[in-house]
Design a protein around this ligand. Structure first.
Ligand SMILES: Nc1ncnc2c1ncn2[C@@H]1O[C@H](COP(=O)(O)OP(=O)(O)O)[C@@H](O)[C@H]1O
Ligand code: SF4
Ligand SMILES: [Mg+2]
Length: 375
C-alpha cells in the first residue's frame, strides 16, 4: 500500500538538462517516498545527474575539448550505454565522474556531477576515495592492468572487503567465495588461491566484476568491459553484468564503441561524437529509428540481428575531428551526407524529436524512415 508522504518532499527548481529551461523536480528525503504519487511529469531525483560537464586537456598541441558540455542522468538500477568511436570522450567522461582525470594536463573546467543529489565536484579527496570504493565501482577494458599480479584473487577481494566494509578476515573469506560463485567462476575455492595470470581473460573480467560488486555499489561504470575478449565470451560477460545488476538493483553505465552490443543490454543510450552527446533515447528506439546521421552510420557499420544479413558492413568514411580544432559548426559535417549550409556555422542543440528521444542535428526531421532504409 502506497504511503502518502507528500509533505516529505521538497520540490526544487533546476535547469532542464537538455533545454536549459527551469523546471521543478522533487528532491527526495524520507524512506517511504518510493511509492509516492508524484505530480504529472515529475520524476524522483536521479541516482546520477551529469549537467553540462566539460573536461579539457591542456597540451602543447592546444586545448583538447575531450568532453564538451555533456548532460545525462542514470536512474537507480538502470543500464545506460555511452556509445561512440574511439577518441570521442567516452572514457574521459567516465573518469571525470570519479575524478580520476590526470591533472595536469587534464581538468574538469565546468558543469556538475550529482550523485544521489550531491555534487561530487565539491567533495574532498577523502570523500571521493570513499565513494570510489563503496558507492561507485569501475570495471576497465583490460583487467590485467587493474588486478595486482602479485596478490592472489582471494586476497584482492578480501582486502577490499576488509578495508571498505570493515569485515573480519573470516567473513571476508566467506564473502569472497560467495562473490566468485555469483559471477559464475567454477571451483571458486581453488580460484581464490590463484594469481591473475592463472586465469583466462574472461575469468579475469569476471573477477573484476566480483570486485566491483564487493561493496554493494549503487553504480558500476564499465568502460569497454568486453572489447579485449572474443565474441562468445563478450556475450557471456555482458549477459552476466546485465543479469547481476538487474538482480541486485545496481545501476550500470556501459561504455562501448559497438552500437550492436547496446540494443540487447542497455535501457537507454547516449551516442557521443567529438565530446558531445548527439543522440539519446531508449535503446530499442535508437536501434530501430536513429535520428542522427552519425548513429545511422554506426548502425550500418555493425552486424544487425533485426535485419537480413548483409555481405558487407559499411564503416563511416573519414576520421573524427581533431578535438583541439573544433569550430562553431557541427563536427560531423565533413563525414555527413545530409549536411546543409547551416551545419558549417551552427552546432545544433540536443533537442527532443519524439518524446524521450533527442537528437542534435538540423536534419533530424529529414531523416525519414525511407531515407534511413535507402541509405
Ligand atoms: N591524458 C591525456 N592527455 C591529452 N589528451 C587526452 C588524454 N586523455 C585523453 N585525451 C584526449 O581526450 C579525447 C577523448 O579521449 P577518450 O575519452 O579516451 O576517448 P574514448 O571515447 O575512446 O574513450 C581524445 O582526443 C584523447 O586524445
Ligand atoms: S547537423 Fe548537419 S552535419 Fe551535423 S549531423 Fe546533422 S545534417 Fe549532418
Ligand atoms: Mg575509452
Amino acid at each position: 500500500m502506497a504511503t502518502t508522504c507528500q509533505s516529505w518532499i521538497v520540490y526544487r527548481q533546476v535547469s532542464s538538462i537538455d533545454t536549459g529551461a527551469r523546471e521543478i523536480l522533487p528532491f527526495r528525503f524520507g524512506y517511504a517516498c518510493n511509492a509516492l504519487p508524484l505530480p504529472n511529469g515529475v520524476s524522483v531525483t536521479a541516482l546520477l545527474e551529469i549537467e553540462d560537464l566539460r573536461t579539457q586537456f591542456f597540451t602543447s598541441a592546444g586545448t583538447v575539448q575531450a568532453v564538451d558540455g555533456i548532460s545525462y542522468t542514470v536512474e537507480p538500477g538502470e543500464t545506460v550505454a555511452i556509445v561512440g568511436e574511439s577518441g570521442c570522450g567516452k572514457s574521459v567522461g567516465a573518469l571525470s565522474i570519479l575524478q580520476l582525470i590526470p591533472d595536469p594536463p587534464g581538468r574538469i573546467v565546468g558543469g556538475a556531477i550529482r550523485f544521489q543529489g550531491r555534487d561530487l565536484l565539491q567533495a574532498s579527496d577523502q570523500e571521493m576515495r570513499d565513494i570510489r570504493g563503496r558507492d561507485i565501482a569501475m570495471v576497465f577494458q583490460e583487467p590485467m592492468t587493474s588486478l595486482n599480479p602479485v596478490l592472489t584473487i582471494g586476497r584482492q577481494l578480501t582486502e577490499t572487503l576488509e578495508h571498505h566494509l570493515g569485515m573480519s578476515r573470516p567473513d571476508a573469506d566467506a564473502r569472497a567465495l560467495e562473490l566468485l560463485g555469483m559471477v559464475g567462476i567454477s571451483d571458486p575455492k581453488r580460484r581464490l588461491r590463484q594469481y591473475p595470470h592463472h586465469l583466462s581473460g574472461g575469468m579475469r573480467q569476471r573477477v573484476m566484476i566480483a570486485m566491483a560488486l564487493c561493496c554493494e555499489p549503487k553504480l558500476i561504470i564499465a568502460d569497454e568491459p568486453t572489447t579485449a575478449l572474443d565474441v562468445t565470451i563478450q556475450a557471456q560477460i555482458l549477459e552476466l553484468m546485465k543479469d547481476l545488476t538487474k538482480r541486485l538493483g545496481v545501476a550500470l553505465i556501459v561504455i562501448t564503441h559497438n552500437l550492436g552490443v547496446v540494443a540487447r543490454y542497455a535501457d537507454r543510450v547516449n551516442v557521443m561524437y567529438a565530446g558531445k552527446i548527439i543522440e539519446r533515447g531508449d535503446a530499442g528506439e535508437i536501434y530501430r529509428n536513429p535520428r542522427h546521421p552519425y548513429t545511422l552510420g554506426l548502425l550500418r557499420s555493425v552486424p544487425r540481428m533485426d535485419l537480413p544479413r548483409k555481405d558487407k558492413l559499411d564503416p563511416i568514411e573519414g576520421q573524427p575531428p581533431d578535438l583541439t580544432r573544433l569550430d562553431g559548426g557541427c563536427p560531423f559535417r565533413p563525414r555527413c551526407r545530409f549536411a546543409v549550409d547551416r551545419c558549417a556555422t551552427e552546432m545544433p542543440r540536443l533537442e527532443a524529436v519524439d518524446g524521450e528521444h533527442f537528437s542534435a542535428c538540423w536534419q533530424a526531421d529529414a531523416l525519414t524512415a525511407t531515407e534511413r532504409v535507402a541509405s
